[in-house]
Design a protein around this ligand. Structure first.
Ligand code: GDP
Ligand code: MN
Length: 421
């Protein structure tokens, strides 16, 4: 399963009632690759270059001949501005006039892990940085285009209060999140683009420029088979230009056959969601979601049913995970390590139906993982099928605080109860 997950804040901003089927599988590109595509489509981005070493970064900075520069660590997760590096450096986005500072700061970025709200606990290693001409931002807004199941098609989402705290805005001021479904046959009309530009607070003639950018973003969205194009900040400069300062584009896996160049580019630069890439290394089928109840299941159908039943009981799944049929104890351990490493997870629900899978192998993997990872969150386990008696014995005798459940409904209820306390 290729890189995927609900990427960026866009999906979270859509506060619409939805079933919790995993989203369309998609591939993400780094900011610099997304911006190259945007440039090709005539969208307004800053002049920039990419570097893989401090000296390259310094050269790139020199060549830009800009009054002000911005240095950005390139990882697939967002929230870099407020992130921390394993080198001790604070912030994955730095503004400076001095090319020497670009070199010095790059030294503390490349080769170190950057931890943000969206990365695993240990962070993601930075291999590249972007050096760009910094512009004076007068106002930061948010704009995204998403393919959304609830709207049966594309939806334009925007907010006049963009920037690093957009998710706080969505939580505390939901009326400042504007949504406009787009008719896939008619496309985006000029009126729709202009209305959104006005909702974002552009005025005095600048709204026309913003509307033009929004239309270009929609045409990019369609032509690259994106599932999401997110720009945050979608900013207004002090001289009235509208610029895409940050970009995140996700592409539909099903379109790989006609977007070969993009998918090859991603393969070359090893771009994939860090958590999903790790899961894939251990042969686990994993898709990250937004909730707090981690699911640990064998079989894709059962994994989806588990996600749905958690939702039915008022909870939110943190992931889709299919252990597969021939699961080994080592994989159970790795899967546990992966999901317990996610900051958002507050409970784990294990739902195993042992057909091919031997329940005792799963039970052994779970108890080993619980001890070694020093688990401190509720763990609800429902096991059924092959060798289940032996498995129950292993769990009972482990002395671990495991909540045993007798069926899927009971398990989901217990998991939801444990996080709502
Ligand atoms: P993120 O934290 O991963 O979303 O990274 P962004 O690229 O969005 O950068 C974070 C913040 O840095 C933005 O919200 C801006 O406030 C600031 N920033 C980024 N580029 C520039 C720039 O060219 N000029 C100025 N003044 N600020 C910038
Ligand atoms: Mn951003």
């Amino acid at each position: 399963m290729a890189a995927s997950r609900v990427c960026g804040a866009g999906q979270r901003l859509l506060a619409v009632k939805r079933t919790c089927r995993p989203p369309v599988r998609c591939l993400n590109l780094h900011e610099y690759n997304s911006k190259r595509l945007m440039e090709e489509h005539g969208i307004c981005v800053q002049r920039f270059d990419v570097a893989e070493s401090p000296s390259q970064a310094k050269d790139a900075a020199r060549k830009l001949k800009a009054d002000m520069l911005v240095l950005k660590a390139q990882i697939l997760a967002g929230g870099r501005g407020k992130g921390t590096f394993s080198s001790g450096l604070q912030g994955g986005v730095h503004l400076t006039k001095d090319v020497q500072v670009i070199e010095e700061v790059t030294k503390k970025m490349i080769g170190y892990n950057l931890v943000t709200k969206q990365t695993p606990k240990e962070g993601v290693k930075v291999k590249k940085v972007m050096v760009a001409e910094a512009l004076d931002i007068a106002r930061e807004t948010y704009i995204a285009l998403l393919m959304d199941r609830a709207f049966h098609g594309p939806v334009l989402v925007g907010s006049p209060q963009g920037g690093v705290d957009i998710e706080t805005v969505a939580a505390s001021n939901p009326h400042l999140i504007y949504k406009q479904p787009i008719d896939i046959f008619e496309g985006m009309t000029e009126e729709q683009a202009l209305k959104m530009a006005q909702n974002l607070g552009f005025s005095g003639g600048v709204e026309q420029k913003a509307a033009k950018q929004i239309q270009l973003l929609y045409s990019l969205f369609l032509s690259v088979d994106a599932t999401q194009v997110e720009v945050n900040p979608f900013g207004e400069t002090s001289n009235g230009e509208v610029v895409c300062f940050d970009a995140k584009i996700s592409f539909d896996d099903n379109a790989a056959f006609r977007q070969r160049a993009i998918f090859d580019l991603a393969a070359e630069s090893e771009e994939s969601d860090p958590v999903e890439a790790k899961a894939a290394q251990h042969d686990l089928k994993y898709i990250g979601m937004d909730g707090d109840i981690a699911c640990f299941v064998n079989g894709a159908g059962l994994a989806m049913a588990t996600c749905d039943i958690i939702q039915l009981h008022g909870g939110k799944p943190a992931n889709f995970l299919d252990l597969g049929g021939g699961v080994q104890e080592g994989q159970v351990y790795q899967a546990f390590k992966l999901i317990t490493g996610l900051a958002q997870v507050r409970a784990i629900l294990v739902n195993i139906f042992g057909g091919i899978v031997n329940c005792a192998i799963v039970a052994n993997g779970i108890t080993k993982a619980c001890r070694e990872l020093d688990l401190h969150i509720p763990l609800v386990v429902r096991l059924e099928g092959t060798n289940v008696e032996e498995a129950r014995k292993i769990l009972d005798e482990s002395g671990l605080p495991i909540l045993t459940a007798w069926n899927l409904d009971d398990a989901a209820r217990k998991a939801v109860d444990s996080v709502s306390k």
